[in-house]
Design a protein around this ligand. Structure first.
Ligand code: GCO
Length: 473
């Protein structure tokens, strides 16, 4: 596959001058101010306020209080030297009930954010949907209801018109896999529903929303931005004789259910066959695939670890090490016999295996399938149990994780993969969904009592990388 150390611990590798280094966050995870300035309720407010849903009982009511600390956080980004900032827009701040009335205060907040970035020389990368669906839309069926895709189109038109003179990269959806399968299949994420057929309908309506959103943006923006979507493509490893078949099934549900319609213009036949006993896919209407299949300028990829799979033998105790919080339903409708096998460490605090080789392979595979499509890493990073010592956070494990994954990115580029940038997840510690505040992904620490931000050692290291474009010692 590649030359160089098997452990991917390189330093001194040089990235091209026009390669963009930045950091990523998401609205619900950092903003707080959940009921201020006209913001409506989202499914994550409802979910996190429901006892038992979040492992440490936390919610995003305040989290990093970014909404009130915008200027301070912009200055922090500037101090780190970030070239780009990938943020998401909270739909219920813009259209509080999901349809109809628009909330100007919400638009103003993101307008200030975008201006603040531009003033500081930081490129704004906006994601339209990072999981915070307005609750009134969920009450009407959420992503299982086709109407939600049209409401997304309306919201996109509003925010696209407001920021469409300044945003440089628009991303329609973040990880629709999570929205559909964790939200409606396993129930580990909001809205916490557990029905395989619903999850598959959600897949299609999210794909449809992506297409409708792209058309809406193209109609209203006035600058010349790039259009994108971010997928958490699963890097899969087959185990044993049945590994290849298990990989095929998970690849269909986890990857090709999105890349198929978005980038090839069709759902893969094996996906339809595998799920035939669950749904007839009657929710795919004539003309939908043409809407979904539109050119994009760059594909965003989020990567954390690999998955190892095989077909369960029906005898031994069933394992399900798929890296997500255990929950009532299945995140893999139609792949009931696939077993997720525990992989070799080392692991991050999430229990996810650290596998930079899997990252390099994934990037090479995606490039081989879509050779003309530029790629951007829109998330990569790691949670570790940080300790504050004399006001500093020494987090060599996180720096090591970043070094190894940046080495993988560099090797993929050497191998011909067209990669345009890398956004570390995350700028700062934040509300980690079903795990609450128990997992810290930031290169900046947030003290949740005082809300004080402290740049971790990994953040200082990353800052040097951004400045020099060379992987530091
Ligand atoms: C994701 C996410 C982030 C998570 C991160 C770590 O898209 O899954 O965008 O919100 O916090 O992936 O789990």
């Amino acid at each position: 596959m590649s030359s160089g150390n098997a452990d991917y611990r390189d330093s001194g590798l040089v990235f091209p001058e026009d390669f963009v280094f930045g950091a990523a966050t998401a609205s619900y995870q950092i903003e707080g101010a959940w009921n201020e300035d006209g913001r409506g309720v989202s499914i994550w407010d409802t979910f996190s306020h429901t006892p038992g849903r979040i492992s440490d009982g936390a919610n995003g009511d305040v989290t990093d209080d970014h909404y009130h600390r915008l200027e301070e956080d912009l200055d922090l980004m500037k101090r780190l030297g970030l070239q780009a900032y990938r943020f998401s827009i909270s739909w219920p701040r813009i259209v509080p009930t999901g349809s109809g009335e628009v909330n100007q205060a919400g638009i103003d907040f993101y307008s200030r954010l975008v201006d603040g970035l531009i003033t500081r020389g930081i490129t704004p990368i906006a994601t339209l949907y990072h999981w915070d669906l307005p609750q009134p839309l969920e009450d009407k069926g959420g992503w299982v209801n086709r109407e939600t895709a049209y409401r997304f189109e309306e919201y996109t038109r509003v925010i696209g018109a407001a920021l469409g003179d300044r945003v440089q990269i628009w991303t329609t959806l973040n990880e629709p896999w999570c929205s559909a399968y964790l939200g409606y299949g396993s129930g580990a994420h909001a809205p916490g529903r557990t029905d395989g057929a619903d999850a598959l309908a959600a897949v299609h309506h999210l794909n449809l929303a992506h297409g409708l959103g792209l058309s809406a943006l193209r109609a209203v923006v006035s600058n010349d931005p790039q259009y994108s979507v971010t997928l958490n493509l699963h890097a899969l490893r087959g185990v044993g004789e049945t590994g290849a078949e298990a990989v095929r099934q998970i690849d269909a549900l986890g990857n090709r259910a999105f890349t198929g319609p978005m980038l090839h213009g069709a759902y893969p036949q094996d996906l339809l066959d595998d799920t035939a006993s669950i749904t007839d896919w009657g929710f795919v209407q004539e003309g939908d695939l043409e809407i979904i299949h539109q050119p994009i300028d760059v594909l965003g990829i989020n990567y954390y670890s690999t998955n190892a799979v095989r077909i369960w033998d029906g005898v031994s105790e069933r394992v399900s090490a798929d890296g997500h919080k255990p929950s009532a339903g299945s995140a893999w409708p139609g792949a009931d016999r696939v077993e997720f096998v525990q992989q070799d460490g080392p692991y991050t605090e999430m229990g996810w295996n650290i596998a930079p080789d899997g990252f390099e392979q994934l990037l090479r595979d995606v490039h081989a399938e879509f050779p003309d499509l530029p790629l951007m890493i829109t998330e990569n990073g790691a949670a570790f149990a940080d300790v504050v010592t004399d006001g500093a956070v020494h987090d060599p494990e996180r720096t090591d994780y970043l070094r190894r994954h940046l080495t993988a990115v560099h090797r993929a580029m050497e191998g011909g993969v067209d990669l345009r940038g890398y956004m570390v997840w995350s700028l700062m510690d934040n509300f980690e969904w079903a795990y609450g505040f128990s997992k810290r992904f930031g290169v900046v620490r947030v003290d949740y009592d005082t809300l004080v931000r402290t740049v971790k050692d990994s953040g200082l290291w990353y800052s040097e990388l951004v400045r020099t474009h060379v992987i530091p010692e």
